[in-house]
Write a protein that binds this ligand. Structure first.
Ligand SMILES: Cc1cc2nc3c(=O)[nH]c(=O)nc-3n(C[C@H](O)[C@H](O)[C@H](O)COP(=O)(O)OP(=O)(O)OC[C@H]3O[C@@H](n4cnc5c(N)ncnc54)[C@H](O)[C@@H]3O)c2cc1C
Length: 377
């Protein structure tokens, strides 16, 4: 193989594994560039633990600068802004123009606040995680003041919303200088953790009640303002701060690339993870959807795409036929409850809970992170 220029855009859950795997067993003649808007990329599995005060900022981030350096990858610190697919070049926000033979996108998602009036001005979206973390720090600082926010609502009854509500409850405990309690509400419109099995749903509901998080059932938020939030059925709940963990859409710049996208802007790919109309462009993780076999937007799928993507990037560089990726939908979900315990579920019936489940999750997450923080060639 003569020189092959691989440009990876975004240091998401799949690309960090590609970088590591291609450093462990380099592909002859392949030059790899990583384009990233930030040097530290967050690992979402540890975000609720960080919010609860159990993990430091460093523990929940992968240092892309270090990873690129030890793996011999050229790092371009800028956001990707445009793709010229005819000339095969990627342009960054800083105006760099990077030619590629293969391009791969793993850039995550942005919140879709379009259905909620006032959400842009009056809420804190949990994605992208980097901006969420700085706004969370500001919120926690304010909460420690006697006149700071006391009523906080999380919008979104999915796994992330449940974990964040419980994590926040744990973090805020005892923070009020006068010893007053914080009121935390969780607004869910499509049921609670509706994609998980009955046993997990029951346990999640009990955990919220047990920790004093008020569940606002069937509360479809249509407006957020400085006083609180309004549901479609006109109920109004006062709140000093509103965090939103609901629908998401693809980053808007992808729409300008001419890549085939679905109605939410996600890049449509084949089972081999290439764009449906361009074998030179791969897309993985939350920013992409396998057209024939869509999966939920969850880090676990992005993580598992890592190995399949690495294999297909090697095959493309060698001029070989690509292999389809078959996602395993029977995946394990573990929700932390903020009190040193966790709930695990898998498939249609498996559900367990306990302190050992939290230790299990902690072990899985730390082991994943260690693969990058201690990696040497
Ligand atoms: C609170 C919370 C908890 C969660 N817990 C779990 C969990 O336990 N398990 C699970 O499976 N999922 C979980 N998720 C979902 C998970 O966060 C996402 O599915 C996952 O992060 C998607 O990974 P990704 O690799 O697609 O993108 P990301 O992890 O978002 O990575 C994208 C990367 O691309 C970079 N980037 C973005 N735009 C550009 C650009 N233009 N140019 C260059 N770089 C760019 C970003 O800075 C980032 O580094 C959780 C989500 C939340 C909000």
């Amino acid at each position: 193989m003569t020189g092959h220029r691989l440009v990876l855009v975004g240091g998401g859950h799949a690309h960090v594994q590609v970088i590591r795997a291609l450093a462990q067993r380099p592909e002859p003649g392949m030059a790899i560039t990583l384009v990233t808007d930030r040097l530290l990329t967050p690992y979402s599995g540890m975000l609720p633990g960080h919010v609860a005060g159990l993990y430091s900022h460093a523990e929940m981030h992968i240092d892309l600068g270090r990873l690129a350096e030890v793996c011999g990858v050229t790092l371009v610190r800028s956001a990707a802004a445009a793709i010229d697919r005819t000339r095969r070049t990627l342009t960054t926000e800083d105006g760099d123009s990077l030619p590629y033979d293969t391009l791969s996108l793993n850039v995550g998602i942005t919140p879709d606040l379009s259905g909620i009036v006032g959400a842009e001005q009056h809420s804190i979206p949990v994605k992208p995680i980097s901006s969420f973390l700085s706004r969370l720090d500001t919120l926690l600082e304010a909460a420690a003041r006697p006149d700071g926010p006391r009523r906080i609502v999380l919008v979104g009854g999915g796994a992330a919303g449940v974990e964040l509500a419980l994590a926040l409850k744990a973090r805020l405990k005892g923070l009020d200088p006068m010893g007053r309690p914080f009121w935390i509400g969780l607004a869910a419109s499509n049921g609670l953790v509706a994609t998980l099995n009955d046993g997990v749903r029951r346990r999640a509901r009990a955990a919220l009640a047990g920790h004093g998080v008020t569940l606002l059932d069937d509360f479809r938020v249509v407006e957020i303002n400085a006083q609180g939030l309004r549901a479609q059925d006109k109920r109004f709940v006062t709140a000093d701060a509103v965090l939103v963990s609901t629908a998401a859409r693809a980053p808007s710049w992808l729409a300008t690339t001419g890549l085939p996208t679905d109605r939410h802007g996600f890049v449509q790919t084949t089972r081999s993870l290439t764009c449906i109309d361009d074998p030179a462009v791969f897309a993985v993780g939350d920013c992409a959807t396998v057209a024939e076999d869509p999966t939920p937007k969850a880090g676990v799928f992005a993580v598992r795409q890592g190995a399949a993507l690495t294999g297909n990037l090697r095959r493309r560089a060698r001029g070989e036929a690509l292999a389809p990726h078959r996602p395993d939908r029977n995946y394990l979900t573990i929700l932390m409850t903020g009190d040193g315990s966790a709930i695990a579920g898998r498939g249609g019936w498996f559900a367990v809970e306990g302190r050992w489940v939290w230790r299990w999750k902690d072990w899985i997450d730390r082991r994943f992170m260690q693969r990058f923080s201690t990696f040497r060639r």
